[in-house]
Design a protein around this ligand. Structure first.
Ligand code: ISL
Length: 569
């Protein structure tokens, strides 16, 4: 395994295709739109794109229910347009990662239709079927991630099938070697067409505990999260790939530190990186995602530090602020009002300069905010809508309270159309058709075009923009942040050491260090002034989200101020 492969230096840009750019004018994002906007991605300093699923799908879960793994859904385009996208991206120095949804398929996939029709046929054992329990009910008490029971009865086959997500997403039976072979062949079909790797959807739930024992206290870990055969399945999968250097990033909800290390240790030949979840669950109350609580910065600090230790050498972390399953980070953990620019840039700096590969979710680079959901009909995402329904139906929560609890964390917040300009529909689509989801009403003010005029020097802003000038845009800050990261050996390869801060402090700070190069990163993650003990030594400001930047040795941090300092001992 190469010591420092391309993806350790890279920045990955995460595209939600249906909301990125609609080039055909039907109101839905498409492959042509992605090809058209690759320059925006390259200008950000990104070296790869991860595209959400664009395979044929009934779209029950916006493409995470695949009915044909080897074809492109017509709403996104064609195989030829995918080939053009891959070719164009490569010409621009951008690698392409696809999103493999291999824990489950759509119930419209041929395999499932055949499995249902002919239990003894070739596909009979491609899914997880069980006889009813003695009382005729489901085989066990498992609940899915989408609030519904995890089993659905088929009168045709007179058995239940397992689905950890929606009933339209039956779990594939990874115990069946034929299934594992088929899925490796799907990956090779795309590697053969030139893709460079994959994000693998909920890949740590593919192995279920033998006997499918009952769920106790709602605990999934060990039952079907980080199940016993996940490492072995992944090693076998990697061994079958056309390209041994294909990048494999596993999405691993609820992954434990031990399992994350096991999945990413290079000698294990499983995954290269995992997408962890602890930092996107910090505002979950006892009732989980739909029982939100305010974020405590001390908890965020320890989560960041703990996972940097867990995935230290020789593992390698991925780093993300948000994605298509999460609310917009500037609304969730920042301030999408007065301190929008400062909080968006401070969060980006403190997250993305950690040791690891940054993954930027479309729209975060311009600080897009949550959609102002006022009524339940504006919650169209299946997981979020189910949460609302079951809060009212099962938990006896009032509709008003249920809406209040779901709207802030609803997945719809991060799925609104990308805001390209102040043109109609945020420049997402030029057609007559309305976008599939309305753009955030703030798009005339918050859009890429309005933020694209960056001062000349992309590397070091402090010395290129005269003191006192209005801070630059979020987009310009992101560009400088990633240019700075690329220019610094400490930020690319260096070690990570957090700086101690009092429990009550809203400041986060750490030092990145490689031979002879030290970078100190500090951020005040609050709207109040804060203080910190800057480390001794000669400090020089490399980047700040305030202009003029504070003096190097200043212990004072303004609201949401971040500073990136080189340090010479
Ligand atoms: O974040 C989550 C846990 O509350 C869920 O929103 C999410 O379902 C989970 O992270 C798994 O996500 C992945 O698999 C799902 C799909 O709906 C998500 O979009 C995908 O990212 C099922 O394929």
């Amino acid at each position: 395994m190469q010591q420092h492969p391309w993806w350790k230096n890279a920045v990955i840009y995460h595209i939600y295709p249906r909301s990125f750019r609609d080039a055909t004018g039907d109101g839905l994002g498409d492959l042509q739109g992605i090809t058209e906007r690759l320059d925006h991605i390259r200008a950000l300093g990104a070296d790869a794109i991860w595209m959400g699923p664009v395979f044929r799908s009934p779209q029950v879960d916006n493409g995470y229910d695949v009915s044909d793994y080897r074809d492109i859904d017509p709403i996104f385009g064609t195989l030829e347009e995918m080939d053009l996208l891959i070719e164009t991206a490569h010409q621009k120095g951008v690698r392409v990662l696809l999103d493999l949804v291999f824990n489950h398929s759509s119930d419209q996939h041929l395999w499932f239709r055949e499995s249902l029709r002919d239990p003894d046929g070739e596909y009979g054992d491609y899914y997880i079927w069980r006889d009813p329990a003695d009382d005729g009910g489901p085989p066990n008490n498992w609940r899915s991630f989408f609030s519904v029971p995890a089993w659905t009865y088929s009168p045709e086959r007179q058995q239940y099938y397992l689905h950890l997500f929606a009933p339209e997403q039956p779990d594939l039976n990874w115990e069946n070697p034929k299934v594992r072979e088929e899925l490796a062949e799907v990956a090779n079909f795309w590697l053969h067409r030139g893709v460079d790797g994959f994000r693998m959807d909920v890949i740590n739930v593919i192995s279920k505990k033998p006997g499918l024992p009952p769920m106790v206290d709602g605990l999934r870990s060990g039952l079907y999260i980080d199940g016993p055969k996940v490492p072995g399945y992944l090693q076998e999968f990697r061994s079958r790939l056309l390209r041994k250097d294909a990048l494999l990033v596993g999405e691993t909800p609820g992954v434990t530190p031990e399992a994350a290390r096991q999945y990413t240790l290079p000698e294990n030949g499983a995954l290269d990186m995992v997408l962890i979840f602890d930092h996107v669950m910090l505002d979950h109350g006892p009732g989980g995602r739909w029982d939100p609580r305010p974020l405590k910065i001390s908890k965020l600090r320890s989560v960041l530090t703990d996972w940097q230790a867990t995935l230290g050498e020789p593992s390698w972390p991925s780093i993300y602020l948000a994605n298509h399953d999460q609310p917009r980070v500037v609304s969730r953990y920042g301030d999408d009002g007065h301190y929008r620019y400062q909080s968006a840039t401070a969060l980006a700096a403190i997250f993305y300069l950690q040791r690891g590969t940054p993954i930027v979710y479309q729209g975060d680079e311009i600080a897009m905010a949550n959609y102002p959901i006022q009524q339940v009909d504006e919650i169209v995402d299946i997981e979020s809508r189910n949460a609302y329904t079951y809060l009212v139906k099962d938990d006896g929560v009032s509709p008003e309270e249920a809406l209040a609890r779901v709207r802030g964390n609803a997945r719809d917040n991060g799925r609104t159309p990308m805001q390209w300009s102040d043109r109609p529909n945020a420049g997402f689509t030029d057609g007559e058709n309305s976008p599939w989801y309305p753009p955030n009403p703030d798009y005339p003010r918050i859009n890429a075009a309005a933020q694209d005029l960056c001062p000349p020097s992309p590397e070091i802003v402090a010395s290129t923009v005269e003191a006192g000038a209005r801070p630059s845009s979020v987009l310009c800050f992101y560009r400088r942040l990633f240019a700075l990261r690329k220019s610094s050996d400490a930020l690319l390869r260096g070690s990570y050491a957090s700086l101690p801060l009092p429990e009550a402090s809203n400041v986060a700070a750490y030092i990145r260090q490689s031979e002879g190069d030290q970078v100190v990163v500090v951020a005040n993650l609050s709207g109040e002034e804060a203080s910190w003990e800057s480390p001794h030594g000669k400090l020089t400001t490399l980047l700040s989200n305030y202009l003029p930047p504070s003096s190097e040795g200043s212990h004072r941090l303004r609201p949401w101020e971040c500073r990136i300092l080189s340090r010479v001992l």
